[in-house]
Design a protein around this ligand. Structure first.
Ligand code: CUA
Length: 305
């Protein structure tokens, strides 16, 4: 249906969502017709001379049927949609991370090797990509119609979005959350390149130091290494191989360490105290920029075993 009628379907999610939308349209259309809503609303409209005598006032079987059959059908649609939605969060471990910082009114993106982009995102064809996004000011929303994906980008936390492009080319990127005067100008494009061409493009703009190396520098400059290195005199959790690890907290909760956990630990260190440690870490709120936190996370990710 897509292509002829509307946008290209250029990601692995697009075909699934198009099919779901088509199914919903067909089902709703059939419901309208099967229940004769259109026919009856014309035939028995107010003032029509249609014969209303001898109307059957009670027909239990009929009532059960027209209640339960649509209910079952729409529950199937619900299960199907929930399954598709869950697929969006099943991220391949080898997915290429890209950091996204939204601000009034632009998209700033940074690749793992430090190559930065503004309002453009280059990605390799057929390879999974995982965006880690945050906002410097208000709520924005990362929307790529051709990929059929949209995710709000919030200040104060990370949201994730992953996709696999299935078509080379250029696709619109929009901000889909009203974010101020120039909201409508907060546009960009996703440029999908064949993998070899992408690798070439990526290598051209490699920043020195790369994002992880910059993260390591910050890790030392902000004094993280003073407490978190295994040999340090202060007793603080070891951060090597942290991402993806299960963390047991003082209050009995457990969580899987992800980007949000690292971010919260830097800005709100009293929120999740690791079991066996004292809450002595100072907060870095107001002292460290979003980009610097992302660089430190990139450094930690590189320390994964
Ligand atoms: Cu950013 Cu609308």
């Amino acid at each position: 249906m897509s292509g002829a009628l509307m946008l290209p379907a250029a990601s692995s999610a697009a075909g699934r969502f198009d099919l779901l939308l088509l199914a919903l349209l067909v089902l709703c259309g059939l419901m309208a017709l099967a229940l004769l809503v259109l026919v009856f609303s014309i035939r028995y409209r107010a003032g029509s001379p249609a014969d209303r005598s001898g109307a059957n006032r009670q027909h239990r079987a009929l009532e059960y049927t027209w209640t339960l059959v649509p209910l079952a059908l729409f529950m199937c649609i619900y299960a199907w949609a929930a399954y598709d939605y869950a697929q969006l969060f099943r991220v391949a471990p080898e997915a290429m991370p890209v950091f996204v910082v939204a601000k009034q009114w632009m998209w700033k993106l940074e690749h793992q090797n430090g190559r930065r982009e503004i309002a453009q995102l280059h990605v390799p064809l057929g390879k999974p990509v995982r965006l880690v996004m945050t906002s410097q000011d208000v709520i924005h929303s990362f929307f790529v119609p051709a990929f059929r994906i949209k995710q709000d980008v919030l200040p104060g936390r990370y949201t994730m979005l992953s996709f696999t492009p299935t078509q080379a080319g250029r696709f619109h990127l929009f901000c889909a959350e009203y974010c101020g005067t120039e909201h409508s100008l907060m546009r960009g494009e996703i440029i999908v390149l064949p993998p070899a061409q992408f690798a070439e493009w990526l290598a051209q703009g490699a920043a020195t130091p790369g994002i992880a190396a910059r993260g390591f520098e910050l890790y030392r400059r902000y004094g993280c290494s003073g407490c978190h290195e295994p040999g340090s005199s202060v007793h603080a959790p070891d951060l090597h191989g942290l991402l993806g690890r299960t963390v047991h907290l003082q209050d009995g909760r457990t969580l899987i360490a992800d980007e949000n956990y690292v971010r919260d630990s830097i800005l709100l260190p009293d929120k999740d105290i690791v079991a066996g440690f004292k809450p002595i870490m100072p907060s870095f709120a107001g002292q460290i920029s979003e980009e610097d936190i992302m660089a430190i996370i990139a450094y930690l990710r590189e320390q994964q075993p």
